[in-house]
Design a protein around this ligand. Structure first.
Ligand code: PLP
Length: 388
């Protein structure tokens, strides 16, 4: 069996061994229910609080503004459902989202039959600030806006600080899906000015099935619980806490805070190395912001590009036979034969979208990973070009 070469960190990340070590007691001897009033339970409640502090520290929030959930999807669903409930009760029935939101936002709005204003993005995936302002000024029925901080397919980082200012001046509740950005780029919620922000553990080397929603204190009275039952999470999110998951998420957040700069430097070097290998192959075009630019408008680890005359899906399948993991579109949408809605939104034709692949690097990757990937990538691109 070939060594696994994992280049799909936007889909999920491996659990860091330090995270697992911190989690182990909470999966074994420390099994108390955090709502109980004896040592075993009180220690679990204390561990949850510590994790809450770590998450808060990473984004400059207050610990009591952090609510643990089952992941990014629940956080997105909750943020939108509760803000739309408030907004509708106040006579504003519409929500504005971008055309490249994750399905946890866009499908949810569709399913709930909200009146959705979908703002298009430009060729690199950016939301135009002026158009956003015009929408909010001209459509007073828009009470909520949800624009992602970083896109999961093309890595575009949106100008959230300015967007939230515009939302504020129009009295619009502003939520951002930060699942791909959280722990990877510096986030200061006070500077960003958002009302709500979603994050997920499994994108930062914590386990799957744990996430959080940041809810700014002043908007709390407008937000209703989404999962109802017991008094967990101050009555805002019922169900006995996933103590081990929360502890792991907290430790992963602490490691992101301490290691973010060094990780990003490592990833940048890996990316440059990979780009130098790709230069040897003709007919490769970046999707979204130029891959060689080192600016803050694209996540450092994201490479999404199309390869003339090559089916992305076929290429992915061939690489998978060598145990090399890359993606076409987002992981959550795999199996869907439709071209990616994100690639279509930035102006690609169906054919171009089908010729695209996504590689997302992590600090765990090595130069050897890139060498092995590049060798097989080159072989299979040539093979597919010759037979198609
Ligand atoms: N939002 C974005 C941008 C994502 O990339 C993902 C997962 O890939 C989600 C939401 C959903 O997060 P989770 O898998 O934790 O539910």
């Amino acid at each position: 069996m070939d060594k696994t070469i994992y280049l799909d960190m936007a889909a999920t990340t491996p659990i860091d061994s330090r995270v697992l070590d911190k989690m182990m007691p909470w999966l074994t001897s420390e099994y108390g229910n955090p709502s109980t009033q004896y040592g075993l339970g009180e220690r679990a409640a204390g561990a949850i609080y510590k994790a809450r502090e770590e998450i808060a520290l990473l984004i400059n929030a207050d610990p009591d503004e952090i609510y643990f959930t089952s992941g990014g999807t629940e956080s997105d669903n909750w943020a939108i459902a509760s803000s739309m409930e408030y907004s509708k009760a106040n006579g504003r029935n519409s929500i504005l989202v971008s055309s490249i939101e994750h399905h946890a936002v866009s499908k949810f709005c569709e399913e709930k039959k909200y009146d959705v204003v979908e703002q298009e993005v430009d060729w690199c995936g950016l939301i135009d600030l002026y158009t956003f302002q015009e929408w909010l000024r001209s459509r007073r029925d828009i009470g909520v806006a949800s624009i992602m901080l970083a896109n999961n397919e093309i890595g575009t980082v949106e100008p959230i600080e300015t967007l939230s200012l515009i939302a504020k001046s129009n009295n619009v509740i502003f939520h951002t899906d930060a699942v791909q950005a959280f722990g990877h780029i510096p986030i200061d919620v006070k500077k960003l000015g958002v009302h709500m922000l979603s994050a997920s553990g499994h994108k930062i080397n914590a386990p799957k099935g744990i996430g959080c929603l940041y809810i700014r204190k002043d908007i709390m009275p407008k937000i209703s619980p989404y999962i109802i039952g017991g008094y967990q999470e101050r009555g805002m999110r019922a169900s006995t806490e996933n103590v081990a998951g929360i502890v792991g998420f907290g430790e992963a957040a602490r490691l992101c805070r301490e290691e973010m700069n060094i990780r990003n430097e490592e990833i940048h070097l890996l990316k440059l190395y990979l780009l130098s290998k790709l230069e040897e192959i003709s007919g490769i075009h970046a999707n979204g912001i130029d891959l060689t630019e080192n600016n803050n408008y694209r996540l450092k680890n994201n490479l999404n590009f199309r390869i003339d005359g090559v089916s992305g899906t076929r290429l992915q399948q061939l690489l998978a036979e060598k145990n090399i993991c890359i993606s076409v579109g987002s992981a959550c949408n795999s199996g869907n034969p439709e071209p990616s809605h994100v690639l279509k939104a930035i102006g690609l034709s169906d054919k171009q979208a089908h010729e695209s692949i996504r590689i997302t690097l992590g600090h765990e990757n090595t130069f050897e990973d890139i060498d092995i990937f590049s060798k097989w990538f080159k072989t299979y691109v040539n093979l597919l070009r010759n037979i198609e």
